[in-house]
Design a protein around this ligand. Structure first.
Ligand code: GDP
Ligand code: ZN
Length: 311
């Protein structure tokens, strides 16, 4: 490995330790104090997926050299949420990705539309494509499954039905991940690690809960990691999450992140219609006429309320 600077991509971030993939291999890295200081209310300034410059330390011929992240290159995109617990901060989950794969379970735990809708909003705000993968389809009847996913199909999201247990849908899921950088996001227990194990056995996966109900002094113990897939793509897994809370999205932008609302919201009487209480709201009419799914609309109202609540 040559001396001095090297360019690479962060493939694992765990407390203050990073792993950076360079042309010459993986290098364990720490963060330059200057970059750490820039954190400004974020939980983490350098995240998995970031392209970085590192300074290699130690003698040239030492194969176990490590490095210091000196510079983070501009991101194509990134995804964040509000951290859990008191004193909410922005938690950037990943940078430079092609696709969010929202992994939800049909049952055990029950389908979590609140999590899903917020995640889809966050991805859409950052212009990141998303796909819904409904796992554990072995646990629910077809009709009920279709009822769960229909609103998302109508909204235009690609939907995959699968089961890490029975193997249903795994080929399609693997095909979607080929030659792309994707991240699995979904509630704890929805089956993300199981799916990944089935698609590529033998990967070392970050399991375990993030302690989310944090009081002071407790923090995340697991980490996010990017795996190179044999198929040519890359998949990031993420630490367990119970909820997905949005980080500072302006309330007036929210309806724009529900793709199926777009055809209606321009028809409202008031240009700043929030589609919640105003008269002559064409979106609400569309809901009443069954053109827009009522559950998604209710979800919109709940999220709107969250965004308007003082934090
Ligand atoms: P993660 O927290 O999202 O990574 O979820 P896990 O992969 O750890 O799965 C949580 C639990 O659900 C485990 O006990 C799995 O065996 C089980 N599980 C995962 N996928 C399926 C599935 O498709 N069907 C059924 N019945 N159980 C599943
Ligand atoms: Zn309206």
């Amino acid at each position: 490995m040559s001396t001095g600077f090297s360019k690479g991509q962060v493939i694992r971030a765990e407390s203050d330790r990073y792993r950076v993939l360079t042309e010459e291999g993986e290098v364990p890295c720490r963060l330059r104090g200057r970059i750490k200081k820039e954190e400004q209310g974020r939980l983490r300034n350098v995240v998995v997926g970031d392209r970085v410059h590192i300074l290699l330390t130690g003698p040239d011929d030492d194969p176990a050299r490590d490095g210091v992240i000196e510079e983070v290159l501009p991101r194509d995109n990134f995804l964040s949420r509000a951290s859990a617990g008191r004193g909410r901060r922005e938690q950037t989950l990943i940078a430079n990705i092609d696709r969010v794969i929202a992994v939800m379970s049909a049952r055990q735990p029950d389908f979590n539309a609140g999590f899903l809708d917020r995640l889809l909003v966050a991805s859409s705000q950052r212009r990141i494509d998303s796909l819904l993968c409904l796992n554990k389809c072995d646990l629910l009847g077809r009709d009920e499954i279709e009822k769960l996913v229909e609103p998302y199909r109508l909204a235009g999201y690609p939907v995959l039905l699968g089961s890490a247990l029975s193997g249903e849908g795994l080929d399609s899921l693997a095909a979607e991940m080929k030659d792309r950088v994707s991240i699995f996001l979904g509630p704890s227990g929805s089956g993300k690690s199981s799916l990944l194990h089935r698609i590529q056995p033998g990967l070392e996966i970050a399991t375990g809960e993030v302690s989310e109900s944090t009081g002071k002094g407790r923090h995340t113990t697991s980490y996010t990691q990017i795996h190179a897939l044999d198929s040519g793509g890359f998949l990031a897994d993420s630490p367990g999450m119970r909820e997905f809370s949005l980080w500072k999205i302006p309330a007036r932008e929210l309806s724009g992140y529900f793709p199926e609302f777009r055809d209606y919201s321009y028809g409202c009487h008031f240009p700043d219609c929030s589609h919640s209480h105003e008269p002559r709201c064409s979106l609400r009419e569309a809901v009443e006429n069954g053109k827009v799914n009522n559950t998604r609309y209710k979800s919109y109202l709940t999220i709107l309320q969250d965004l308007n609540a003082p934090s």
